[in-house]
Structure formats: structure tokens, C-alpha cells
Design a protein around this ligand. Structure first.
Ligand SMILES: [Zn+2]
Ligand SMILES: [Zn+2]
Length: 338
């Protein structure tokens, strides 16, 4: 293997470049080396690249990928060289108490919040790199099942896994049947499709973009360009990732008794919340990153059983070498293939 490789760096707001960096090597028996072959731009990468999130530039970006296993340490048994695998954005050990509960975002073995492609607490490489070192490979990597198209699996460790977990938790297990989706773009489209697949009776997908609304309607969702008023009916579940404090508040006020508010991110500042109405209604509010590794098996199953087809929402699919420019262009869900 060559001593150096190409890595896609977020250099400054609005600028990416390929950098020649040292090739990672196996550091322990539980490690693997993988080569990302299909990768995507998470919606969160957009505000990051614009310099709007508290993650200053100067690192390798990219945290959604399918990769080929290139090398494994002596104790790795779950994957083999040549396997195509889903790589979770977040690092986790699979052995500590939070990991054993499925709270892999809160692994106590790795530096807190350690994530590929987002320099939250250290620098682990990005999933557009030529090669990436995966510690705890048996806990982190999941082989793509036979019969599942790898292209469908790019966001399995991230937005597909997260939305699948929320839909199963609240629509299936919590029997919450009226769902408001305030997450314009691929995140909300995936949630709308999954909520319907899991039996929600009424899903309202809100997005000013008519093309996105048409895709949501094809999945069976109702759509609107703006959030409705309270007179139009209340919801049992709001899934929010709008980046708008106005929509955030509207999503809260449109909940019925014992309603659940799930925010997948987008806001980083202080936002006042209406405590008295929430108290009266018994609202549960949860703002969270995904438990990436824990969510992967369920999301792979949702794809294998045709509950969700994420590629229906990809646009555009570009060549790997075009990433530095393409990453800065507006797009519903940018995916690159080698
Ligand atoms: Zn993400
Ligand atoms: Zn752990």
C-alpha cells in the first residue's frame, strides 16, 4: 500500500480540496481498514461547509458511506477482506455499558462524540478518503446482506438508520398515527416514507420545494409548503430538522396530548420552549444524534423488506473526483461513486 492517499478536506467555509495525507494502518487486532466506494453528503454537511455550525474547518469531511474491507486485524471475525459494509458515522466499541444498551453515540471507550468527517472531539478521517481505519471493526461494521443493493445503504448509519429507529419507536411501538414531518429534503422524505410503511395513518410532509413534495406524495404522504395552523388538526409525533426556530416552535405547538417531538438537528443556539403548554399536554421532547452503529441492522432490514428505498431520493449521483465542487452545490441528496 502506498504511504500516502487522497483525503477530501474541508479547508474553509465554501472550500474543499483533495489533500495527500499518510495512509492509515491497522493499529490493533480489532481494527479494519476500509475503502469507501459509495458515499453521500449528509444534510448536516451543508451548514458545516457554509461555516454555520460550531465545527471549525481543517479536517477530512464525509460521514455516510458504503466501503470495501481492505484489511482486518487478527481478532476480527464479523467481516472479511472484500466484503462491502456500512460504516457508521460515529465510532463506538460495542462493549461498554452505553454500547450494550444500544446507545452507541455515547460510547465511553472512544473520545465523546468521535465521528468520521465531523471534527467534534478529534480527527478520525472522512468517509470520502481513499482508506479509513475502523477500530472495533466487529462492533462497527455491518456486511450488506445478499440481495440488498449497496447503493441503497449509503445513509444507513445516519439518516435512514435514525429515521427508521424513530418510526419503529413511535409509530409501531408507540402507536402514534398522525405524523408531522418538518425536515425538508432527504431527511424528511425518508421519515415520511418510513412512517407510512410502518402504519402511520396520516403523514404531513412540509417543504417549500415542489419537487420534494411530489416525491413525498408518491410515498403516500400529504404535503404542504408551510406548516399548518392548529385549526387543521394536531399530531402525535413531530419529526423536525428544519434549522428554523419558527418551524421548531410550530412543530411543538401542533402536538396533541402525550405527543412526541423528535429533533434530528439543525439548530445550535438557545431556543425558548413553551413550558406551560408542553406541561399541560404532556409533551416528550428529544433532540439527538443517531446511535449510528445500533441503528444499522434495523435499517438494513427496512431496506431488505422494501419499507424504504433511499435511492428514490438521491440527486445527483456524481463521480468521486467531482466531489470538491459538487459538495458545494445545492442538491437533495448528493451521492458519489468510484
Ligand atoms: Zn449526518
Ligand atoms: Zn462503547
Amino acid at each position: 500500500m502506498a504511504d500516502s492517499m487522497q483525503s477530501l478536506w474541508f479547508v474553509e467555509p465554501g472550500r474543499l480540496e483533495w489533500r495527500e495525507v499518510p495512509t492509515p494502518v491497522l493499529k490493533g487486532d480489532a481494527d479494519a481498514l476500509v475503502r469507501p466506494v459509495i458515499a453521500g453528503r449528509c444534510p448536516l454537511d451543508v451548514p458545516i461547509l457554509q461555516g454555520r455550525l460550531p465545527v471549525p474547518p481543517g479536517y477530512a469531511i464525509g460521514h455516510n458511506a458504503v466501503a470495501e474491507v481492505v484489511a482486518i486485524g487478527d481478532t476480527v471475525t464479523g467481516v472479511a477482506v472484500g466484503d462491502l459494509v456500512v460504516v457508521p458515522p460515529e465510532l463506538s466499541c460495542g462493549q461498554c455499558a452505553p454500547c450494550l444498551r444500544g446507545w452507541t453515540a455515547h460510547c465511553t471507550t472512544v473520545p465523546y462524540g468521535a465521528t468520521y468527517g465531523v471534527a467534534v472531539n478529534g480527527h478520525w478521517g472522512g468517509l470520502f478518503d481513499d482508506l479509513v481505519r475502523i477500530p472495533y471493526a466487529d462492533a462497527m461494521l455491518h456486511r450488506i446482506p445478499a440481495g440488498v443493493d449497496p447503493l441503497e445503504c449509503v445513509t444507513v448509519g445516519d439518516i435512514t438508520g435514525h429515521n427508521n429507529e424513530l418510526a419503529r419507536r413511535h409509530v409501531v411501538n408507540g402507536a402514534r398515527k398522525r405524523v408531522l414531518v418538518l425536515a425538508p429534503g432527504v431527511t424528511g422524505l425518508i421519515q415520511a416514507a418510513l412512517a407510512i410503511a410502518y402504519g402511520a395513518e396520516y403523514v404531513l410532509y412540509v417543504d417549500p420545494d415542489p419537487g420534494n413534495r411530489a416525491l413525498a406524495e408518491q410515498c403516500g404522504a400529504q404535503t404542504a409548503a408551510e406548516p399548518p395552523g392548529e385549526a387543521d388538526g394536531l399530531f402525535d409525533l413531530t419529526v423536525e430538522a428544519s434549522g428554523s426556530t419558527k418551524w421548531f416552535h410550530r412543530g411543538l405547538s401542533l402536538l396533541a396530548g402525550e405527543g412526541v417531538f423528535e429533533s434530528l438537528g439543525g439548530l445550535t443556539g438557545e431556543v425558548p420552549i413553551p413550558t406551560w403548554p408542553m406541561f399541560l399536554k404532556g409533551i416528550t421532547m428529544h433532540l439527538a444524534r443517531p446511535n449510528s452503529a445500533a441503528n444499522i441492522p434495523g435499517a438494513l432490514d427496512a431496506i431488505a423488506t422494501a419499507r424504504i428505498k433511499p435511492s428514490a431520493f438521491y440527486s445527483p449521483i456524481v463521480k468521486w473526483e467531482d466531489l470538491p465542487e459538487a459538495m458545494l452545490e445545492p442538491a437533495r441528496m448528493l451521492v458519489a461513486t468510484r
